[in-house]
Design a protein around this ligand. Structure first.
Ligand code: SGN
Ligand code: CA
Length: 525
């Protein structure tokens, strides 16, 4: 072929391929929004943390391999119901009104699923919901009451309450795939596929009960933190693996054996929880469970663990069960990804994987979440968008879960109302060039106190490098961390002379975020 002909062929191919890309983007894409409950980014192998590497999540990682991983995705309020409300409204808790798990979500308000539904999307939510009020804006929903159960869970549907035999993560996936089978694949859809796992008390599926029993998981360096240079809030929190995690319901030791050893759980009802969890099982499930956990109980009965050794043992038990629950999530995410591929839906479907918040895997000695410290404030986020997001890409810009609503509207070609507080992440999908104009700080506000785990109320701000936290109700304390020099937040710098300039500028920035986000007057907090 002559050079002129080759050039001509290339030009035609280039025009054709740009036309294809364009039409792909002009079609409204399908959205599969996958959210698990309490899934720490440390426990996703794509994030390269030692825990994730020992308990890999190859299926979830596929989303990052085929798309983008977000290294700085944060929540607006690190607790289940509020986080979910922030996601569907694109607004902070003080605007959507759902500030803590005790509240009831006002389901009549604006949410992005309603808007997608009104714009021709087929919509469904399956699994964890936790907003007290029933879902609105969905053609189909089947959700767990409250926290739900791992074994033979109950579900609410629009017409019924029913108990489904099996393991919750598998069942939620079956529901998702069954719904996908019923809908019209030539029209766009939104599927919110939301797991209960790996929420406490971490009951693994039968096939994974002992998956990680032979692995020694590394303890975080600050697991025996004395909070010397932190504040009162860290010291007063009741989320220690050593004291507040139950040897019974959490670590699966029979209450009689724990009592023989002189170990009482922090709350007495944790013993009831132990029995209630097992009583839900059918005889086959129960027999499998006893086979595996019977051995652990026997070994515990014959042990003489106390003090830090007992804490280390509890940490291993915690990791084994928590990560085994994640294994089921991972396998089931794989089923959904495979379904999309096998049904020719892959090319036009965006898949997001995230969690309602981060979680402590022993950092500062803790489990649970709530605090604005990194492990619970930061949440995983992986997204693939074939033809738009370059496979294997990453973003480290400051992003927040209030951004999902705006993002989904923008990619569906629907205008974003001014009332939405989050911003669309869509510009980040196509690569560089946005860093200079991107937000430079994030706002956070947590309210659930006094309550289980006793994490005090606080708000604050995080920039690229610093974090300023204000504990404002039963104590009046400020904390300032330099995340570059102190990534594990061990040294509160608030009174250090060298940091007074930084403190002032962070306080100013916090004030302006509060104005921008229409924070309510402090007297109403
Ligand atoms: C339950 C858990 C707590 C957890 C809250 C909120 N206790 O109360 O450990 O912090 O839920 O979790 S349990 O013994 O019942 O498991 S959230 O994810 O719903 O916000
Ligand atoms: Ca949660």
């Amino acid at each position: 072929m002559s050079t002129a002909r080759i050039t001509f062929v290339f030009i035609i191919l280039a025009i054709l391929s740009s036309a294809c890309n364009k039409s792909a983007k002009e079609i409204q894409p399908n959205i599969v929004f996958i959210m698990s409950d309490d899934h720490a980014w440390q426990a996703i192998s794509a994030y390269n943390h030692p825990i994730g590497e020992l308990a890999p999540t190859p299926e979830i990682d596929r989303i990052a391999e085929e798309g983008m991983i977000f290294h700085n995705m944060y929540v607006a309020n690190s607790i289940c119901g509020p986080s979910r409300a922030c996601i569907i409204t694109g607004k902070f808790s003080h605007i959507n009104g759902f500030k803590n798990n005790g509240n009831r979500f006002d389901a009549d308000q604006w949410t992005f699923p309603k808007v997608l539904h009104d714009n021709g999307y087929q919509t469904a939510v399956v699994g964890k919901w936790h907003l007290k009020s029933l879902p609105q804006g969905f053609d189909f929903w089947q959700v767990l009451p409250g926290q739900g159960h791992y074994y033979n869970p109950d579900f609410y549907t629009a017409t019924d309450t029913l108990r489904v035999e099996g393991y919750v993560t598998d069942i939620i996936t079956d529901l998702a795939l069954d719904w996908l089978d019923t809908i019209d694949h030539s029209k766009p859809f939104l599927l919110m596929y939301q797991h209960k796992a790996p929420h406490r008390e971490w009951l693994p599926a039968e096939e994974f009960l002992d998956l990680y029993h032979q692995i020694a998981f590394p303890e975080p360096a600050n697991m025996f933190d004395s909070y010397e240079n932190m504040g009162t809030a860290a010291r007063d929190a009741e989320m220690l693996i050593s004291e507040h995690m139950a040897v019974t319901s959490d670590n699966k030791i029979h209450p009689d054996i724990a009592a023989e050893k002189g170990i009482e759980p922090f709350l007495r009802w944790y013993n009831n929880a132990y029995h209630n969890n097992l009583n839900r099982m059918n005889s086959e499930q129960r027999a499998n469970w006893e086979r595996v956990y019977g051995q652990i109980n026997e070994a515990f009965r014959n042990s003489t663990l106390t003090g830090d050794d007992l804490t280390s043992w509890k940490f291993q038990r915690y990791m084994q069960d928590y990560l085994a629950c994640i294994k089921s999530v991972d396998v089931n995410v794989g089923r959904v990804l495979d379904y999309l591929k096998e049904n020719d839906l892959e090319e036009n479907t965006i898949v997001v994987y995230t969690s309602d918040q981060g979680f402590y895997l022993g950092e500062h000695g803790w489990f649970d979440k709530r605090f604005m410290y990194e492990e619970s404030f930061r949440t995983p986020m992986l997204i693939k968008y074939p033809g738009v997001i370059q496979p294997g890409s990453a973003s480290s810009l400051l992003t927040q879960n209030i951004d999902f609503a705006a993002t989904f509207l923008e990619i569906a070609g629907i205008s974003i109302p001014d009332e939405v507080q989050g911003i669309s992440l869509a510009p980040l999908f196509e690569g560089k060039g946005y860093a200079e104009n991107w937000r430079s700080s994030l706002y956070y506000h947590y309210y659930e106190f006094p309550s289980i785990h006793m994490a005090k109320r606080h708000n604050g701000i995080r920039t690229d490098r610093y974090k300023l936290i204000h504990f404002y109700n039963d104590i009046e304390e400020w904390e300032l961390y330099d995340l570059q020099n102190d990534p594990f937040e061990m040294n509160n710098l608030i009174n250090k002379p060298d940091y007074q300039q930084t403190r002032l500028s962070l306080e100013k920035e916090l004030d302006s975020l509060m104005i921008m986000y229409q924070e309510t007057p402090k007297t109403e907090w």
